[in-house]
Design a protein around this ligand. Structure first.
Ligand code: DAS
Length: 385
């Protein structure tokens, strides 16, 4: 089934011709009178590897061209790239099928395999960058994991779509084109793993699926790295934290990540109960109730690492450090004061996620626990990444 319907080319209307003239002028040259480019050897197009994992970008409907439901993860990597012939203008595209599933089926074990595969591919001298096609439901998690564990400076771009490939006005093709152009761009080197959708270039550290519609990926108040304009990717900012070649996380010998639970704090909350205890828990909170404070103190005494992340991810006490533990007793951020700590062995401090969403703090803790369980060392990691 051809994905791109053939269109009848009609003679340009006056309006269309005028629009082309304006576009040409904006691009910097008089329409119809361009100076021919100086002859020279053709510049080879950069090689970009598209690794497909599934998602709506590979989704096919039972009734194409409708608003009807679809099966995510149906088209292959080959079919997705073949549906955008324009890709060939900007890159020599290679494809690889990593999986073909809805992203709710992506597991932490798959993150590890994917990072390993991308690290190996980027070691190839002839490869400029990698694009990962992915379902949007879990896109931000996979992208952040890759941000922490892909140790190359070459660009890795994660891309998805909110409308299936066979739907009305699918966003997958234009998103894929923007992603490949970004991965092929020398400007994108050293910017870490990025999410490129809806013409925006977002850092994987900050990107979030805020809405289930086109334009739904955002970095909130943290802003964009750049945009993909008509003439290609344009960067305005670069991430300042640790990632890529400066990352300390080498998962060479790691197949399974430590289990980290997510919990939520709320009025009247009494804290979670785990059996068996996990090595770590991230709690989304703006401040603990007294009972929660006691429950988390108890968990810390039993050796569970407790990380507090501001519920919105926007700000957990700014730059809280271990010298001023964020939600240790007495509770900060407006929380109730916990009961005075009983005398006895010191209670290990909580760790502050500082400025990560609870979901992303969980991923950083999973990765960090492969190296240390020391809360002070973990706090250092949360301050650097
Ligand atoms: N089906 C969902 C997924 O695979 C949604 C999507 O891709 O937008 O994540």
């Amino acid at each position: 089934m051809p994905l791109i319907p053939r269109m009848r080319v009609s003679p340009l209307s006056t309006f269309a011709r005028a629009a082309l003239v304006v576009a040409a002028l904006l691009a910097g040259g008089p329409a119809g009178a361009q100076t021919p480019a100086p002859a020279g050897p053709p510049t080879p197009r950069p090689k970009v590897l598209v690794v497909a994992t599934g998602g709506t970008i590979a989704g096919v409907q039972n009734a194409p061209g409708t608003l009807g439901g679809y099966r995510a993860g149906t088209l292959t990597a080959e079919q997705i790239t073949a549906s955008v012939p324009e890709l060939a203008r900007f890159a020599q595209v290679e494809t690889e099928q990593f999986s073909n599933v809805a992203s709710t089926l992506i597991t932490p074990e798959m993150w590890v395999q994917l990072a390993r595969r991308i690290n190996a591919a980027l070691a190839r001298e002839d490869l400029a960058g990698v694009v990962v096609t992915h379902g949007t439901d879990r896109l931000e998690e996979t992208a952040f994991f890759l941000y922490l564990t892909v140790r190359s400076a070459k660009p890795v771009v994660v891309v998805g779509a909110q409308r299936p490939a066979t739907g009305i006005s699918p966003d997958g093709p234009i998103n894929l084109l923007a992603a490949v152009r970004t991965a092929a761009s020398p400007q994108a080197v050293g910017k870490g793993v990025m999410v490129v959708m809806d013409d925006r270039i977002l850092s994987a550290r900050e990107s979030r699926k805020l809405y289930q519609r086109t334009g739904g990926f955002s970095t909130g108040e943290m802003g964009m790295l750049g945009v993909v304009a008509g003439n290609g990717p344009q960067f305005f900012f670069a991430p300042a934290r640790r990632f890529g070649p400066r990352s300390e996380f080498d998962l060479a010998g790691v197949d399974t990540l430590p289990r980290v639970e997510l919990a939520y704090s709320y009025p009247g909350g009494t804290g979670p109960r785990f059996d068996p205890l996990p090595p770590g828990v991230v709690v989304a909170t703006t401040g603990f109730t007294r009972a929660e404070g006691e429950a988390y103190r108890d968990l810390r005494m039993k050796g569970v690492v407790v990380v507090t992340a501001f519920t919105s991810g926007e700000n957990a006490n700014g730059g809280a450090t271990m010298d001023a533990p964020p939600l240790a007793e007495p509770a900060a951020a407006g929380g109730e004061r916990a009961a005075p700590a009983p005398t006895g062995p010191p209670v290990p401090p909580t760790v502050s996620a500082i400025h990560l969403t609870p979901g992303k703090a969980r991923i950083l803790l999973m990765v960090a626990l492969t190296r240390t369980k020391d809360p002070r060392e973990l706090q250092r990691i949360f301050e650097e990444y």
